[in-house]
Design a binder for this molecule. Structure first.
Ligand code: ADP
Ligand code: F6P
Length: 461
């Protein structure tokens, strides 16, 4: 199979899972990248090149939802060194303002180079002559250059879903120039916010000989690379419609009853990741219950967290910390049938997420650093009427667009507690004014618009 439009991402939209009895099934992969790109692929068709989530398994390609799936295999050693190691214990913390310590290991870097080459070769093999290839995210930053070497006929785009760090932090990376040159293989490199593109261009000026003029880098006589911001979004109409379906409404009513019909519901929805500010958020909520500002008999804080990168040390520590924190608060503040925090460490179907968004009076999105954060946009799209309230960290990319959210600094616990209470207690007039503006923003800045903007620019640069 070959295609004129190819997406290359570390993850495929579906993960292959084998249960204890050996039965194989497929489930939606975790994370915002898949939420965002799935509708794009459904409408564009083409091929999605990526890993199927199971180490040491070679599988054949197949057709799915109107496009082709092209699996790239990873051995368990590559999974450990390229995915858990260099991608998620070196680049992930480094790009998120070093909120955890990045580890630098030469063997991880070797694996990263090796696996990036495999993805580039897989993309080169499926792309038609002159095709558009769109490479995604920090796991594959060497692919644009490798692919250009293999297939100079292609039009190559790259989009970074996570923040691009300030130059002082990026410069810690022993392989910084290789990464910059890797990205410069693309015709267009997209970032979530303008600051990311600026950081990248500053690095190009400081660390490479290539001239830069108005966001365009002249890499060679025959090749230039443009860097620009394209804030990503969601299928707003799709989420809003899902939230209004009778099955979703029924599920939300059931959920409310299962929670004991509390008067007020706070909600958190995250991958279990240390960048999401969960420790701080749970501590702030715990203090509000302790101080009597929130009554555990009538208020519930529902927190769902998808398991993520479970063998990486920082993630194991986070999981233990959250279990401890939640357990302590519930054992001290709860009563029979009334735990103030309902914490579920699992992933749910999209309909269940929409049902949760429907019933949440206050949505808590408080990352320490986040490229965009699609959960914030999903809540705005799904919550019915204008009575809900979105609390949003100033360190999420989404804060640049969702300016009418209740803004918080997640490092400031007292400040957060004040804003949580304000979001809950502000008069309807104030909350609805904010929510109307948020809904307008999210319904006009959709994933289709994001893809059209990026691909339109890629076709013309
Ligand atoms: P990230 O890409 O870092 O995970 P985003 O907020 O951009 O963060 O995207 C997270 C995506 O994962 C959203 O589409 C959200 O609905 C989904 N998600 C988060 N937690 C869960 C969960 N427990 N069950 C199902 N989906 C979840
Ligand atoms: O954009 C954030 C992101 O890291 C994606 O690249 C990734 O697919 C998703 O979150 C989930 O993480 P993982 O693929 O490591 O489970």
């Amino acid at each position: 199979m070959t295609a004129s439009f190819v997406v290359v991402a570390n993850r495929l939209p579906v993960d292959r899972v084998t249960d204890e009895s050996g039965e194989v099934s497929w489930r939606t992969s975790p994370g915002g990248l898949v939420t965002a790109l799935e509708p794009v692929m459904r409408s564009h068709g083409g091929a999605w090149v990526g890993w199927h989530g199971a180490p040491d398994e070679e599988i054949d390609g197949f057709h799915h939802d109107g496009y082709d799936i092209v699996p790239v295999a990873l051995s368990s050693q590559e999974h450990e060194e390229y995915y858990e190691g260099f991608s998620n214990a070196t680049l992930w913390p480094l790009y998120h303002d070093t909120v955890a310590f990045p580890e630098f290991h030469r063997e991880w870097w070797l694996a990263y180079q090796h696996v990036n080459r495999r993805f580039a070769e897989a993309a080169a093999a499926v792309a038609d002559e002159g095709a558009t290839v769109w490479v995604q995210d920090y796991q594959l930053q060497l692919v644009p250059r490798l692919l250009r070497e293999l297939r100079p006929d292609l039009r190559i785009g790259f989009f970074l879903h996570i923040p691009f760090p300030p130059t002082e932090l990026f410069s810690q990376l022993p392989w910084r120039t290789d990464i910059i040159e890797g990205l410069l293989g693309a015709d267009l490199v997209g970032f979530q916010v303008a600051g990311g593109a600026q950081n990248f261009l500053r690095l190009v000026r400081n660390r490479t000989p290539h001239p830069v003029e108005q966001g365009r880098v002249r890499v060679s006589d025959s090749h230039s690379c443009v860097a620009r911001a394209y804030p990503i979004s969601i299928d707003t109409a799709g989420f809003a419609a899902l939230a209004e379906e009778p099955e979703t409404i029924a599920e939300s009513e059931q959920l409310l009853a299962d929670l004991g019909n509390p008067k007020r519901i706070f909600l958190g929805v995250d991958r279990l990741d240390y960048t999401k500010g969960l420790r701080q958020r749970i501590r702030a909520m715990g203090e509000l219950f302790h101080e009597g500002k929130l009554d555990p008999t009538e208020t519930v804080y529902l927190q769902v967290a998808t398991p993520s990168r479970e063998r990486v040390g920082e993630y194991m520590r986070l999981r233990d910390d959250i279990d401890l924190l939640v357990g302590r608060i519930n054992s001290e503040m709860g009563s029979v049938g009334h735990p103030p925090i309902v914490y579920l460490h699992k992933g749910f179907p999209r309909r269940t997420m929409a049902a949760m968004y429907r019933i949440a009076d206050v949505m808590l999105v408080t990352p320490l650093r986040d490229g965009m954060n699609l959960v914030a946009k999903e809540y705005v799209a799904c919550h019915p009427g204008n009575g809900g309230a979105l609390v949003l960290s100033e360190f999420a990319g989404a804060a640049r667009e969702l300016r009418q959210a209740y803004s918080v600094n997640p490092y400031d616990l007292d400040g957060m507690k004040g804003v949580f209470m304000r979001a809950l207690n502000d008069p309807y007039r104030e909350r609805s004014k904010r929510m109307r503006a948020l809904k307008k923003q999210v319904s006009t800045h959709t994933i289709d618009r994001w893809a059209d903007n990026f691909l339109g620019d890629l076709a013309s640069v």
